[in-house]
Design a protein around this ligand. Structure first.
Ligand code: PLP
Length: 432
């Protein structure tokens, strides 16, 4: 079977590098084999690149494209909204309608503030939690990602050696140049261990516990039975706020995110990615009494581009689509079919892997024998071999993220899923 070439992308990136650092606008777009790609068009589940290749996309813009690329419902609403202006520097009916929809969909949301990105929303929600509790420290978990800012970019992907003791992990930076003092407000713990969380909360001084309620930046790990409920109860006992960062899980696991899927409502939550199918928007949400601190409690939340017209139109169109009856049932069927197909393709080729998933999201961990429960269980993943698998898939017309995550959208039809599984069977043989 002949495989695809990416020579024009290579040339494109070489030329782009004269103007863009590394030819890209995010470090997370750099790592892929054979190199970063350049695209000309995207429609449904398909990307077209400068080499003329047709690629089935599970990158999903790194999560936002829950309806696939360029869906008519979003495009039409956004184009119509452009007639009314772009950035008004004031309020609009679209903004109120978008907030109202979010309040109807997300259990925690009585009030909303829109932000520009998941990273910004996390900064706002942590500031709110510190102000509300009068405490300064935040518990963050190993392997969870809450954006690229200095005060949260810690212990995202440490080696076992760097991570240190499991009971009291080291706080390890992900990037050079991070301000060391920025970690002083963080306490790192392993996720999914209620005893350790309760013990640390009991010592006091914790403003917030922030977590991905289903771990999706590392693996696809569900909370243990009772973990989310126990975490909330312990937070309430010790005067701490539980924050779900639903940047990935929001609108994907269920219309109302992981809080709806698992039936546990946190004290505050952030949403982003799948909220506007690729338009830049995020939200801080919570009950009236906490969110009012942005109004009367002296807590500042800003952002020039917040609730920009196009992003609000896209939010409305996307939230209407994901809350339509049957949407998540269908998304779940697609992800399950993909998960089972990849699992069988790897097993038939004799490639050891642990595959897990949620509606709209799966994770493939090569080399894992046990089902992972927390970040440290994922360190054994054979990352180099997974990179080789991604490359082998790409050569056969399927684009995936190199960290093991696959984002499934409503545009992944049965035919596209079958094509993907056939490609996976070939790719698995190549790396076996
Ligand atoms: C859970 C979580 N929080 C926050 C962020 C940061 O969002 P953004 O990239 O929009 O700044 C991400 C991005 O992947 C994320 O997955």
């Amino acid at each position: 079977m002949s495989t695809l070439s990416f020579k024009k992308s290579e040339d494109f990136i070489a030329e782009a590098s004269s103007y863009l650092a590394g030819g890209v606008s995010s470090n997370f777009r750099l790592g892929m084999l054979p190199g970063p790609l350049a695209f000309t068009k995207a429609e449904g589940a398909i990307l077209h690149d400068v080499d003329g290749n047709r690629l089935i996309d599970y990158y999903g813009g790194m999560g936002p494209m829950i309806l696939g690329h360029n869906p008519a419902a979003v495009r039409e609403k956004v184009v119509a909204s452009m007639n009314d202006g772009i950035l008004l520097g004031g309020q609009s009916q679209l903004e109120v309608d978008a907030a109202k929809l979010l309040c109807q969909i997300a259990p925690v949301a009585e009030r909303v503030r829109f932000s520009g990105s998941g990273s910004e929303a996390v900064q706002g929600v942590l500031r709110l939690a510190r102000a509300a509790t009068g405490q300064t420290k935040v518990i963050k978990f190993e392997g969870h990602y809450h954006g690229w800012f200095d005060n949260v970019l810690w212990s995202n992907a440490p080696s076992l050696e760097a991570a240190g003791s499991r009971e009291a992990p080291n706080v390890t930076p992900l990037s050079k140049g991070q301000e060391e003092e920025a970690s002083s407000g963080l306490v790192i713990l392993p996720w999914n261990d209620l005893d350790l969380l309760q013990t640390r909360l009991a010592q006091g001084d914790i403003a917030a516990v922030i977590m991905e309620p289903a771990m999706c930046n590392s693996g696809a790990i569900a909370p243990r039975d009772g973990y989310l409920e126990g975490a909330k109860e312990a937070c309430e006992k010790y005067g701490t706020l539980l924050i779900f960062d639903e940047t990935i899980t929001g609108f994907r696991l269920a219309p109302g995110g992981a809080q709806q899927y698992f039936g546990v409502t946190p004290h505050l939550a952030t949403f982003a990615k799948a909220m506007a199918n690729g338009f830049q928007v995020a939200a801080i949400t919570g009950p009236k009494n906490l969110m009012e601190l942005f109004v009367t409690g002296g807590v500042l939340h800003g952002g020039t581009y917040n609730s920009q017209i196009l992003s609000m139109a896209a939010t409305i169109a996307t939230l209407e689509s994901v809350s339509a009856p049957g949407f998540h049932n269908d998304l779940n069927n697609k992800s399950t079919k993909l998960q089972e197909g990849i699992e069988k393709a790897l097993a038939d080729a004799g490639v050891q892997a642990s595959i897990a998933g949620f509606p709209g999201f799966i994770h493939v961990g090569l080399g894992l024998i046990e089902k992972p429960r927390e970040y440290r269980d994922l360190i054994a993943i054979d990352k180099e071999r997974y990179r080789a698998l991604c490359h082998a898939m790409l050569k056969r017309g399927v684009r995936t993220l190199e960290r093991g995550a696959w984002f499934v959208s409503s545009a992944h039809t049965d035919d596209v899923l079958d094509e993907t599984i056939a490609a996976a069977r070939e790719a698995a043989k190549e790396i076996a």
